[in-house]
Ligand binder design. Structure first.
Ligand code: FAD
Length: 288
């Protein structure tokens, strides 16, 4: 089973120490890749670049997210050449989001523009590159319709993307029904479900609203039944593991975890998926 884990660049020295500790733990799960997010409009670009340079010194396969909205093509080309110089071989090509009310009057309007640019620049530098793109089982909030959203996903994949990583969702049926439509649309590339273990139900409800993901009422109620940390964490692990298991029985063999830089939950789910119930088993595997 292929597992990948998403992190954002740590900001303070304390966050940095936690990031490297966490990464060591995630490494025990032999991730397919670890991905590092990129600020919209290139914000915090220096932090992402520094972190990617450090990560390239490790053995862990890395994917660099990149966002393009509000950027000119020449600025994106410049950023891309910095990342290619770091020998980054896997990009997650995204549009990003402009601040509310701001109009995109630059050349790079959609993720497909970035997919095309990464493909052509990688070819120019004879750099074999993988490109992942975003997909939305519950439809992107800006989409004209679910069909239109799927059409644009296919366009990104046909333009050279290798796979899609989905927005998180909490209901297996909503992913599986959407996957049927993906298949009917003639998409054959890998669509990897995005899994968000619920670290804080209130925060998850609030950002789900912004990105169009549905948090089922029963799930909210089950989290609201507990107040102690251990029970909430146990519920989060059980829910994410059950979701992955249901999808696995339907033929899904890879998952992308949104860690929120708190990867203890993602790590525990990953251990269960890999059939490792005890931390000692993982340490033995890593030492071997
Ligand atoms: P697009 O593919 O451009 O799609 C956006 C909307 O436009 C959709 O509604 C689509 O249907 C429509 N559309 C697409 N192409 C066209 C077209 N040619 N003409 C008309 N309409 C079109 N954000 C960050 O800022 N940094 C990150 O690191 C980051 N990582 C992410 C990782 C994953 C796995 C996911 C799922 C999202 C991530 N995001 C990140 C959030 C992402 O930037 C937002 O969801 C953003 O609103 C859309 O990005 P996109 O790449 O899907 O855009």
């Amino acid at each position: 089973m292929k597992l990948s884990f998403e992190f954002f660049p740590p900001r303070s020295p304390a966050q940095q120490r936690r990031f490297w500790r966490t990464l060591g733990t995630i490494e025990t799960l032999a991730p397919e890749f670890v991905s590092i997010t990129w600020g919209a409009l290139g914000s915090d670009q220096a932090a992402s670049l520094d972190l990617l340079a450090e990560l390239q010194k490790t053995d862990i396969p890395i994917a660099a997210h990149l966002t393009c909205c509000g950027q000119t093509k020449s600025a994106m080309r410049e950023t891309l050449s910095q990342l290619l110089a770091l020998d980054i071989k896997h990009f997650v090509a995204l549009r990003g989001d402009l601040p509310e009310g701001q109009v995109n009057n630059q050349g790079m309007a959609h993720a497909i523009d970035l997919v095309k640019l990464i493909s052509s620049e990688s070819d120019k530098h004879q750099h074999a590159t993988q490109i992942s793109v975003a997909a939305y089982p519950e439809t992107h909030p800006d989409a004209n319709s679910a069909e239109d959203d799927l059409y644009h996903l296919k366009q990104k994949l046909d333009a050279g993307a290798t796979r899609a990583l989905t927005q998180f969702f909490f209901d297996a049926d909503s992913y599986l029904q959407w996957r049927d439509k993906v298949v009917s649309a003639g998409i054959t590339k890998d669509i990897v479900p995005g899994i968000l273990p619920i670290h804080d139900i209130q925060k998850v409800q609030s950002f789900s609203e912004k990105c169009g993901a549905i948090v089922p009422k029963e799930l909210i109620e089950s989290f609201n039944r507990y107040s102690d940390k251990d029970s909430l964490q146990q519920l989060a692990v059980e829910h994410a593991y059950d979701l992955c298991q249901t999808l696995h029985h339907e033929g899904v063999d890879g998952f992308h975890f949104y860690t929120m830089n708190q990867s203890d939950l993602a790590w525990r789910v990953g251990c269960l998926l890999k059939g490792k119930e005890k931390f000692e088993d993982l340490l033995l595997d890593t030492a071997a």
